[in-house]
Design a protein around this ligand. Structure first.
Ligand code: SF4
Ligand code: FE
Length: 486
């Protein structure tokens, strides 16, 4: 077997026994609990679409290791075409889910660790890359979903990992044994963690020699002893348990579903350790992962924006405003912003390049610009969607009142827009727009794949201001004037 169906993925989750807590209770089965079903559905679509004739070209490919047909989410990019196809795949999935389908983080982690382990081995004589390739073969043949766990909880941001009063505020090695390592710490905001098969854990920042214990990269199965998940709250998440229509996006939820993963003296066998003390490579791994994930945001968020534009247009029709010139203009503005983001992701993919391991990565400067633009344009797109929708987005009666035998008829009568369109259509669109523009979904666009300041730092590092200065000096005839500034 190399590609699972959506239902096989759900069944595979039921066979695992991860330790998960939500609202103070231990969860028995993520595949069957209403708080998790939308997230599982969104991830399941990455399996279903890979087998659908309309999407198999985007969502599946051939393994460079085995020659088998595999899900693209387990693939190592080996060309510009692979990088571009990833972006197109994300847009297609975003359009179908209107949410986060989570599987990209582990995919980006695998690609980043693949290339960095190769370079560590070249310099240090280790065998991390071989270990990673072995894991990759397993991931490909079993079609596993891997979370990418990078962000540490960080404690006092002024202090480095080894300076923290509590040594566990960054994930670190607490013991090295003959057969493996013992790790403690926690990773925060980990997308899709509870419905993944395992976690690829990476360092979160550049490290110095004194932080060597924190320069650690490894894989653990989701249900390994000592690995505990605490699932985060989202805007309106109680609606998942007591409403249907009011959820807005009942099938796929509003965003991916993030968890705090705690490692309480978890054991990791050496075969699943891919960095252990090589602190000089921590920054490179962070930058490659950040580049890979920031490349994505003009794909998945663009797919979401497509559905948001569609919802805004449909609601304008229901409310009788769709022919107003200012509404048409606003819809055009939404499209312009959306396609601008898409241009960014396609551009950083086309400008990508090969690494020593033979894999490809996107252009880091353009990938960071992509993500920084998302932190602005998605908010603007959401702002316009709310403008078109009107204040009803914040004041609509609940589906319970609409179904109430006494007042339901008033809700139905007074919530109607254009006479021949059912009130229910308007209510459904209002709730979808509410889910997509109010709360957690927008925060994800800001901080997912790193906060804006992280992009600014990487943009400054890559900006080459000195060369730009030399270009200006040549034209202004300041100092020596070479024929070309290179
Ligand atoms: Fe994938 Fe986008 Fe979700 Fe990141 S935010 S995991 S790129 S869908
Ligand atoms: Fe994200």
């Amino acid at each position: 077997m190399s590609m699972m169906t959506g239902n096989e993925y759900r069944e595979s989750l039921r066979r695992l026994k991860p330790e998960i807590y939500y609202l103070g209770e231990k969860i028995e089965s993520v595949a069957d609990h209403p708080a998790f079903i939308p997230h599982v559905n969104a991830a399941a679509l990455t399996y279903e679409m890979a087998l659908a004739p309309e999407f198999e070209e985007l969502l599946s490919t051939t393994s460079h290791l085995t020659g088998e047909r595999i899900n693209r989410y387990t693939h190592i990019h080996h060309s510009h075409d692979d990088l571009v196809k990833k972006v197109k795949m994300l847009r297609a999935l975003g359009q179908q889910t209107g949410s986060c389908f989570q599987r990209c983080v582990g995919h980006d982690g695998l690609n980043s660790v693949y290339s960095v382990t190769y370079e560590i081995d070249q310099k240090m004589g280790t065998d991390y890359h071989k270990r990673l390739v072995n894991l990759l073969k397993e991931v490909q043949s079993k079609d596993l979903m891997i979370s990418g766990a990078m962000t540490d909880v960080k404690g006092d941001r002024r202090l480095s990992p080894s300076q923290q009063k509590d040594p566990d505020l960054y994930v670190h090695v607490v013991e090295k044994k003959k057969d493996g390592i013992v790790v403690s710490g926690a990773k925060a905001h980990i997308t899709g963690a509870v419905n993944s098969h395992g976690h690829l854990v990476m360092p979160t920042a550049a490290m110095k020699a004194e932080d060597a214990d924190y320069a650690v990269c490894f894989y653990v199965p989701v249900d390994a002893p000592g690995v505990i998940h605490i699932f985060g709250r989202q805007t309106n998440d109680a609606r998942k348990c007591n409403c249907f229509l009011d959820q807005g996006n009942v099938d796929y939820g509003i965003v991916g579903g993030e968890a705090l993963i705690v490692f309480d003296k978890a054991f990791v066998p050496w075969e699943h350790v891919f960095m252990c003390g090589e602190y000089e490579f921590a920054y490179e791994l962070v930058e490659r992962f950040a580049t890979a994930h920031r490349q994505n945001y003009g794909g998945c968020k663009v797919g979401l924006a497509d559905t948001l534009i569609g919802a805004s247009y449909a609601l304008a029709q229901v409310q009788g405003t769709d022919r107003s010139s200012h509404i048409r203009d606003k819809l055009v503005e939404m499209v312009h912003l959306t396609e601008t983001l898409y241009c960014c992701s396609i551009a950083c993919s086309c400008q990508g390049y090969a690494l020593p391991a033979g894999s490809y990565m996107a252009d880091p400067l353009l990938a960071n610009v992509t993500k920084l633009n998302v932190t602005r344009h998605i908010y603007e797109i959401a702002r316009i969607a709310q403008d078109i929708a009107g204040g009803i987005l914040a004041t609509a009666p609940s589906e319970m009142d609409w179904k109430n035998p006494k007042v339901g008829k008033y809700v139905d009568k007074y919530m109607k827009g254009v006479a021949d369109i059912p009130t229910e259509t308007r209510m459904r669109l209002i709730r979808l727009l509410e889910a997509m523009t109010c709360g957690t979904a927008l925060v994800e666009s800001m901080h997912g794949a790193g906060s804006p300041q992280a992009q600014r730092i990487m943009i400054e590092r890559r900006a080459n201001l000195e060369r730009k200065k030399r270009l200006a000096e040549k034209l202004a005839k300041i100092g020596e004037q070479p024929l070309f500034v290179c």
